[in-house]
Design a protein around this ligand. Structure first.
Ligand SMILES: [Zn+2]
Length: 217
């Protein structure tokens, strides 16, 4: 890709697939090996920028950076870290909408590796299965903690919930600020991005309206 194409993809939020593009050997190395390697690479970046790594304030930065990438910001790349979406029989026969609101989004954009912060609102209408409420939050947390595109993040959450709950009747709305829009490029401090993905009964306007009415309260 030439430099213009690279810049365009970043600005247009292009993502190629609902799956995060991972290498086949993504998890052959241990976290500790990855931290060690990234620490070295990041020292090089800092040196290239002209920083003196002998300074007490900077000397630990490559290690902190590497640990943050592997263990904190991007732990959700590893499928072993995926929360178990245990579901239960819908014994009480609850058949109306369940809404989980204000779920924290702490993610990073895969085009600039800068923060995406905001919230997700999710609803489903149960059929035979219901899910522990915190599992929804944990799933959002997991998929957020990888380099992301907001559109893909919404779809990954939606598809997993639909699969676990054995119903298409799920809606995922994410509103988030992208630091790559507010702090570089156009530098718009106030704009934010909303994505809405849904299936099943939410194709019908009345279900979406009920959902948005609850969010508006
Ligand atoms: Zn970006």
């Amino acid at each position: 890709m030439d430099k213009n194409e690279i810049e365009n993809i970043g600005d247009n939020h292009l993502s190629t697939n609902v799956q995060t593009p991972l290498r086949p050997d993504a998890f052959e190395k241990s976290d500790e090996e990855k931290i060690q390697n990234i620490q070295q690479y990041f020292s090089k970046i800092m040196e290239e920028l002209g920083l003196d790594l002998n300074d007490d304030s900077l000397s630990g930065t490559p290690y902190r950076f590497a640990k943050m990438y592997v263990k904190e910001l991007f732990y959700g790349l590893n499928p072993d870290k995926k929360p178990k979406l245990s579901v239960f029989e819908n014994k009480y026969g609850y058949k109306k909408m369940l809404v989980e609101q204000n779920i924290t989004i702490d993610s990073s954009c895969e085009h600039h590796f800068l923060p995406i912060t905001g919230e997700a609102n999710i609803a489903y209408v149960p059929k035979e299965k219901v899910i522990g409420l915190s599992k929804i939050n944990r799933l959002v947390d997991y998929y957020s903690h990888r380099p992301q595109v907001q559109e893909r993040l919404s779809l990954q959450i939606l598809k997993d919930l639909q699969y676990a709950l054995e119903t298409e009747d799920v809606i995922v709305v994410i509103s988030a600020k992208h630091l790559c829009v507010s702090s570089r490029g156009i530098k718009d401090k106030n704009s934010f991005t909303t994505t809405i993905e849904y299936g099943g009964c939410f194709e019908e306007e009345k279900y979406r309206n009920e959902f948005f009415k609850i969010l508006g309260q």
